[in-house]
Design a binder for this molecule. Sequence first.
Ligand code: MN
Length: 149
Amino acid sequence: MALEEYWRKRKFEKTPEPKGEVKFAGKSRFVVHDHYAEKAGHHHDFRLEMEGVLKSWAIPKLVPEEKGVKRLAVQVEDHPIDYINFKGIIPKGEYGAGEVKIFDKGNYKLIERDENKIVFELKGKKLKGVYTLVKLKGRKNQWLIFKAK
Ligand code: MN
């Protein structure tokens, strides 16, 4: 199951995050969370609705809004679709402890996808335009994200 790792990392009696389930909603949405994590500090969590889950990447230096700027994006466990509306405070001592806010959300259009590359157009309020996520060779879970020139 795609959400096992997500469920295993969290105690749902302690965190306000949704337990969720795999859900094929037939939509193509994205969300970017502002996550003020106690451990990792402020970063973005970028999520694309795909295959009934939210494919997710942590972006330590935030999603680039300027064309051509490349930023590291570390793929993390798939999150449930319900997480698209999540905001709140993950309590101290729990996985991802800290405040989570929604930076932007909207729809996206998939342009190209294979196992090492995803190209898509974001149609958010703040983030608009064609973005690419490309996997770094030989590095587990490490990708780059950039906006097309
Ligand atoms: Mn995070």
